[in-house]
Design a protein around this ligand. Structure first.
Ligand SMILES: *Cc1c(COP(=O)(O)O)cnc(C)c1O
Length: 395
């Protein structure tokens, strides 16, 4: 049967692979040869599952959102990743990767972060496991997400502001890769999304697949069936979406709908709508869609949401879009803000700006009353309150 999961060489169709500098070959190969064995081992599974339950607070609820459902004329369930420890789905991945790092004997942890959620989730597990933690973060993001920077420092991490390029996520990732090249033997790079060279996209989607594993059980309990008609998630690099769809990816009864950041509009040049506008290129070790100019130079992306402000996209999602397995909508800043207010007013849930893009998709689809929709709320809005309030007072 045709599958949309990764193949043996680390490809999703023509996307993915491992395009890295010579100096990283040995450590990436070591990871490729180790990750599945470790992740399938009894001792890893036990420790991972116990931490997800007792430390992160899983399973996260699958909440039937009555008033939102009423508004859109179908049955909408929200997968509440916002209720996890540290406020988003990122903790599922960092717990898994730090357990792997320890089993591989690594001493030093590095990470990149955009909105700061991955930085906080990494600093958190480093505190938990007593490991050194260095987080690269664009200077622009350091300024717009200063509370997360303070949290990382309190957790004992060193935050290094990056001043190249736009000073956002892409630049932070470049800097983390540079660090990794200098310390390949003792350093584990905890990547925060389904991006980077193989095996990261597969490893991160497997660590996030606890989301769809839970959805299956929870839908069975609440609806008497395992599959929804629609799965909806936002995509930055693609990890919360990968986790949401993982166990349904080859089940054609389920429609997959993804929201990417339209920014100020895909025709304005101020956008991060990679799937709509990108062309095939190489970014951060993977072959995928990249927003680039005619010379192949990566263009500076823009989104109001720091977590979606990335000029690439995970290879899994590039392939889903290319093969029309997923429908992708760019959601603009103003649509995301309106959606955040809508969810807050109807359900009393203030979503992260990233997650608000997923809510914004509801308006673009026409539902039947019998449709069952599962939408992942990837994170909570605490970090975005200033943005929400400033925009409202500007109106
Ligand atoms: C990081 C983040 C995202 C975007 O990352 P993905 O890997 O695409 O999931 C989305 N929502 C929240 C709350 C985030 O913190």
């Amino acid at each position: 049967m045709e599958t949309f999961l990764v193949d043996q060489n680390g490809y999703y169709g023509e996307f993915g692979g491992s395009y890295i500098p010579e100096i990283l070959h040995k450590c990436v190969e070591e990871l490729q040869n180790t990750y599945l064995e470790v992740m399938h081992s009894e001792s890893f599974r036990k420790e991972y599952e116990q931490l997800l339950r007792d430390y992160a607070g899983r399973p996260s609820p699958l909440y039937p959102a009555k008033r939102l459902s009423g508004k859109y004329g179908c049955k909408i369930y929200l997968k509440r990743e916002d209720l996890n420890h540290t406020g988003s789905h990122k903790i599922n991945n960092t717990i898994g990767q730090i357990l792997l790092a320890r089993r591989m004997g690594k001493k030093r942890i590095i990470a990149e972060t955009g909105a700061g959620q991955h930085g906080v989730a990494t600093a958190t597990v480093c505190a938990l496991m007593d490991m050194e933690c260095i987080v690269y973060m664009g200077k622009t993001d350091v300024e717009r997400q200063h509370v997360n920077v303070e949290k990382m420092k309190m957790l004992g991490a060193t935050v290094i502001p990056v001043t190249s390029g736009n000073m956002t996520l892409k630049d932070a990732t470049n800097e983390a890769i540079r660090d990794w090249c200098c310390h390949p033997a003792d350093t584990f790079y905890i990547i925060g999304s389904t991006v980077g060279p193989h095996p990261y996209p597969d490893m991160v989607s497997k660590l996030q697949s606890v989301i769809s594993e839970e959805i299956r059980k929870q839908l069975m309990e609440q609806e008497g069936r395992e599959h929804p008609d629609y799965l909806i998630a936002c995509v930055g690099g693609g990890s919360n979406a990968a986790g949401t769809i993982y166990h349904y990816i080859d089940d054609m009864r389920v429609q997959i709908v993804l929201a990417e950041a339209g920014g100020k509009g895909i025709e304005t040049g101020m956008t991060a709508a990679t799937i709509k506008l990108g062309q095939i290129g190489i970014i951060h070790g993977a072959r995928t869609y990249v927003i680039q100019n005619e010379d192949g130079q990566i263009e500076e992306p823009y989104s109001i949401s720091a977590g979606l402000d990335y000029p690439g996209i995970g290879p899994m999602h590039a392939n889903l879009a290319a093969r029309e397995r997923a429908t992708v909508f760019p959601i603009n800043d103003d649509e995301a803000i309106a959606a955040a207010y809508e969810l807050t007013q109807l359900e009393g849930i203030i979503p992260a700006l990233e997650s608000a893009h997923a809510i914004g998709v509801l308006k673009k689809l026409g539902f039947k009353p019998t449709d069952i929709v599962v939408l992942t709320v990837s994170g909570r809005g605490d970090k975005d309150i200033e943005t929400y309030l400033n925009l409202r007072s500007d109106d």
